[in-house]
Write a protein that binds this ligand. Structure first.
Ligand SMILES: C[S@@+](CC[C@H](N)C(=O)[O-])C[C@H]1O[C@@H](n2cnc3c(N)ncnc32)[C@H](O)[C@@H]1O
Length: 233
């Protein structure tokens, strides 16, 4: 679809043609106490994994990644599941989060599933020197509309509130990442991003950074319409 105005109902859904297997790595080691501080795997996390699974042929045949990075890794289920689906020892998996408890949870998830994951507690990929090296970039950003002060507090506190507080229009965290995201991607790289319908207005801005946009998968949850985009330079 070329238009910046996404008409949700006309989006092609890959679920019409093929079904994702619903594969997800094990995360039974994470308990209620963890989810008081770390984002619990939810519909959006599962949709992102499904989209990555459905796009595996493109990821393996066209991109053939060496470096995969997930920003805002949370529990770690997304990047760990992708690593298990890719089944490749020659790929470096890197995960970041501002929340130290999320970093710890992601490390436990990777370990429980025998996946090697490098982690870094940082904002986005600040100070990591990954510019131009990332072949697959993944982000399920905090997207709930929140007052500016609440967003600032959440980013400062680095706890569970940072999972959902998205600031004005729910896109402030994503907006703050866009320039770096563009710089991180390698020439062949792809950025897999989750958006909710309320945030579709940002697509015009996304296009300035990533002229190639593919609309991969959509899902309607109670009260929320989610979509996964594949963005490329
Ligand atoms: C909606 S949760 C997604 C968690 C996980 N990726 C998933 O899909 O289940 C958003 C994650 O982004 C993290 N986050 C928020 N702001 C961030 C920032 N500025 N830099 C890095 N991570 C951030 C939160 O701590 C949280 O773990």
């Amino acid at each position: 679809m070329e238009s910046d105005k996404i008409t949700y109902h006309t989006l092609k859904t890959l679920y019409d043609d093929k079904s994702a297997s619903g594969f997800i790595c094990s995360f039974s080691h994470l308990k209620r106490a963890d989810y008081r501080h770390v984002y619990e795997p939810s519909e959006d996390s599962f949709l992102l994994i499904d989209a990555l699974q459905l796009d595996l042929p493109y990821i393996t045949d066209t991109i053939n990644p060496s470096t995969v990075v997930e920003v805002g890794v949370g529990s770690g289920v997304v990047i760990t599941s992708l690593a298990m689906l890719l089944k490749r020892d020659d790929v470096v998996y890197v995960a970041t989060d501002i929340n130290p408890k999320a970093i710890e949870a992601a490390e436990r998830t990777a370990e429980a599933n025998q996946i090697k994951l490098k982690t870094q507690e940082t904002t986005f990929c600040d100070g990591m020197g990954l510019e131009g090296k990332v072949d697959i970039l993944i982000f399920n950003p905090p997207y709930v509309v929140t007052p500016k002060e609440e967003l600032e507090m959440a980013q400062e506190k680095k706890d569970i509130e940072a999972s959902w507080a998205g600031g004005e229009n729910g896109i402030e965290v994503l907006m703050a990442f866009l320039e770096q995201a563009e710089a991180l991607l390698s020439e062949k790289g792809a950025f897999y991003l989750l958006l909710i319908e309320e945030n579709f207005g940002i697509v015009k801005i996304l296009r300035e950074h990533f002229p190639k946009i593919a609309y991969l998968v959509k899902r309607e949850c109670p009260g929320e319409r989610q979509i996964i985009l594949r963005l490329q330079k």
